[in-house]
Design a protein around this ligand. Structure first.
Ligand code: NAP
Length: 259
C-alpha cells in the first residue's frame, strides 16, 4: 500500500525532532523527497543528512513559521529543490503550560501565533503551487487536547489545536475543487523530546491513563499522516484521525482498573 507516494515532494514543518522528524523519516522511507524545516538549521540539516545517508532525497531549510516571509521562503525552497509541493505536513507546534489567571496575553498570543496562525501561513504559502497543479495534500498535526479533551495549563494550546480543525474544515471545502485534501492527525501522548520536557511524573501518569499502557511513537503518528497523503485517501478531506492508544475512551478511572 502507499506505493503512490514514491517521488512526491513533501514539506514537514517542525521536523528537526519529535513527531515531525518521525513523519520526515517515514515519508522518506516511502520514497518521498523531503524538505526538513525548523528554526534551527543545523538540527534540520542533521535530519536531512539522516535521510540522505539512508539513500533518500532530502534538503533542510531554516524557517520560523510565525513569520510570513519565512513560510513563503520555505515553500519556494521546496519548489527550487524538488520542482513542486505535493504534500504539506504542517506539524510545528509548541506546548508551554500556564494556568488561567497566570497566563498572560503574550503567552496566549505566542501559542496561537505558532500553532494556529503558523499553520495558516504555511498552508497559504503552498497553495499557489498546489492549485496550479490541481493536486495536493495538506496534513495538520492537531492534538486530542482541545478538539477532544482538556488539560490544566493548556487552555491556549487546546484553543490553538481546536482552531486548527476549524481552519481545516473550511480549507477542505475551498480547496476540494482543486484536488487538494486537508486532514488532521490528532496525537495523544507521543514520546518526543518536547513531551520529555514535561517531566517523568507527567509521562508516567499519561502512560497509566492509556488503555494500551504505553505512550505512542512518532511512527504511529507518521503512519496516519502517510495514509492521508496517499492516493488511497484521495476521497477523504476535512477529517481528523485520533492516534492515542485509546486514551480518550475511558469514562472514568474505574474503566482502566484491572486491565
Ligand atoms: P517537539 O519535540 O518539541 O518538536 C517541535 C518541532 O517544531 C521542532 O522541530 C522545533 O524545532 C519546531 N518548531 C517549534 N516552533 C517552531 C517555529 N516557530 N517555526 C518552525 N519550527 C518550529 O514537539 P512534538 O512533541 O514533536 O510536537 C510536534 C507537534 O505535535 C506539535 O504541533 C504538537 O502540538 C503536536 N502534538 C504532540 C503531542 C505529543 O505527545 N508529543 C501530542 C499531541 C500533539 P525548532 O525549535 O528548531 O524550531
Amino acid at each position: 500500500m502507499f506505493h503512490s507516494l514514491a517521488g512526491r515532494s513533501v514539506i514537514v514543518t517542525g521536523s528537526s525532532k519529535g513527531i515531525g522528524r518521525g513523519i520526515a523519516l517515514r515519508f522518506a522511507q516511502a520514497g518521498c523527497r523531503v524538505l526538513v524545516v525548523s528554526r534551527k538549521l543545523a538540527e534540520a540539516q542533521a535530519v536531512a543528512a539522516e535521510i540522505t545517508t539512508a539513500g533518500g532525497d532530502s534538503r533542510a531549510v531554516a524557517a520560523d513559521i510565525t513569520q510570513q516571509a519565512d513560510s513563503e521562503a520555505m515553500a519556494q525552497a521546496a519548489i527550487a529543490s524538488f520542482g513542486r509541493i505535493d504534500i504539506l505536513c504542517a506539524n510545528a507546534g509548541i506546548f508551554p503550560a500556564a494556568r488561567l489567571g497566570a497566563m498572560t496575553a503574550a503567552d496566549f498570543d505566542s501559542v496561537i501565533s505558532t500553532n494556529l496562525r503558523g499553520t495558516f501561513l504555511c498552508m497559504s504559502a503552498c497553495l499557489a503551487d498546489m492549485k496550479a497543479r490541481r493536486s495536493g495534500r495538506i496534513i495538520l498535526t492537531s492534538s486530542i487536547t482541545g478538539p477532544v479533551t482538556g488539560y490544566p495549563g493548556w487552555a491556549h494550546y487546546g484553543a490553538s489545536k481546536a482552531g486548527q480543525l476549524g481552519l481545516m474544515r473550511t480549507a477542505a471545502i475551498e480547496l476540494a475543487p482543486y484536488g487538494i485534501t486537508v486532514n488532521a492527525v490528532l496525537p495523544g501522548n507521543i514520546a518526543t523530546e518536547g513531551l520529555a520536557g514535561l517531566g517523568e511524573d507527567y509521562l508516567r501518569s499519561m502512560e497509566s491513563s492509556v488503555p494500551m499502557r504505553r505512550l505512542g511513537s512518532v511512527t504511529d503518528v507518521a503512519n496516519a499522516a502517510l495514509f492521508f497523503a496517499s492516493d488511497e485517501a484521495a476521497y477523504i478531506t476535512g477529517q481528523s484521525l485520533v492516534i492515542d492508544g485509546g486514551q480518550i475512551l475511558p469514562e472514568s478511572l474505574a474503566a482502566l482498573q484491572d486491565l
